[in-house]
Ligand binder design. Structure first.
Ligand code: AMP
Length: 284
């Protein structure tokens, strides 16, 4: 495990001089199979996989769960050994943010809606720390999950807008057997809340069924999804949205693939999920 930027750079400089392709998987730790699937994708394509573990304070607003966010470095290291990650980079806050840091990366537009409306400072924290990790590691490829769909779109845009010399890979959502998207925050859920949290995926599956029946009207689908949440008293819906992926603009009618996003509180835990919705091919 490496904890300083200097040590990381000298290790990676040697690997790069040997012609190795470097992959980066940024995480906040408390690893689950979703994270490990990113490491596996990285190992398949790259010669050297770097997994960063850093609970980034700047993406949490005051009053959010920064202090209680699970920190499980020992078991994370064991899990990463099972997928044979090459380097674990776990820096301190002072290492990532030198005292007096005042520079941020802001992606205008895409950051203002959906997650950004509820968590207005969140994405600047994400883009800033990911940019820093890109500078530290200088990866050939970086791996992110579709689980955080808006985050992935924002990071793709950051890479395009800033002409960053790396390839982005967005990997599918890994789910529990009953459909709940794996998340480090699932650890907060009580038994009752864990059961109630299924409403997120159920609402997405409901939308999928509407499409299979040829119902393409976005308002109708959204209302049905919202009704699904009304039937679950432990969940409080934040938003349901049917969006064009690149712009994150809402659609009226589902003519081409759209992304359905849901965000809700289950007890004090905020959960998000999403699913691609594809209109059934028309038969002629
Ligand atoms: P986090 O540790 O929550 O910051 O997540 C680190 C990376 O893992 C992000 O790119 C997430 O989108 C991704 N990730 C989180 N949960 C899942 C999941 N269930 N399936 C696939 N990727 C995930």
């Amino acid at each position: 495990m490496i904890s300083t930027i200097a040590e990381l750079r000298s290790f990676l400089a040697k690997a790069r001089s040997e012609g190795k392709q470097i992959g980066l998987v940024p995480t906040m730790g408390a690893l689950h199979k979703g994270h490990l699937s990113l490491v596996e994708a990285c190992r398949e394509e790259c010669d050297l996989s770097v997994v960063s573990i850093f609970v980034n304070p700047t993406q949490f607003a005051p009053g959010e769960d920064f202090e209680k966010y699970p920190r499980t470095l020992d078991s994370d290291r064991e899990k990463l050994a099972t997928v044979e990650a090459d380097v674990i980079f776990a820096p301190s806050t002072e290492e990532v943010y030198p005292p007096g840091s005042s520079t941020t990366v802001h992606v205008a537009g895409l950051t203002e809606r959906w997650e950004g409306a509820t968590r207005p400072t969140h994405f600047d924290g994400v883009t800033t720390v990911v940019m820093k990790l890109f500078q530290m590691v200088q990866p050939d490829r970086a791996y992110f999950g579709q689980k955080d769909f808006q985050q992935a779109q924002i990071l793709l845009k950051m890479v395009r807008d800033l002409n960053l010399p790396l390839q982005m890979r967005i990997c599918p959502i890994v789910r529990e057997a009953d459909g709940l998207a794996m998340s480090s925050r699932n650890a907060y859920l009580s038994t009752e809340e864990r059961r109630a949290s299924l409403v997120l995926y159920k609402s997405l599956q409901l939308a999928e069924r509407f499409l299979a029946e040829g119902i393409l009207d976005a308002d109708r689908i959204r209302l049905a999804m919202e009704a699904e949440f009304s039937s679950e008293p432990l969940a409080k819906l934040d938003y349901v949205a049917l969006l064009e992926a690149e712009t994150l603009n809402e659609v009226d009618e589902i003519q081409s693939p759209v992304i359905a996003l849901v965000a809700a509180w289950v007890g004090k835990t905020r959960l998000i999920d999403n699913l691609w919705l594809r209109p059934a091919p028309t038969t002629s």
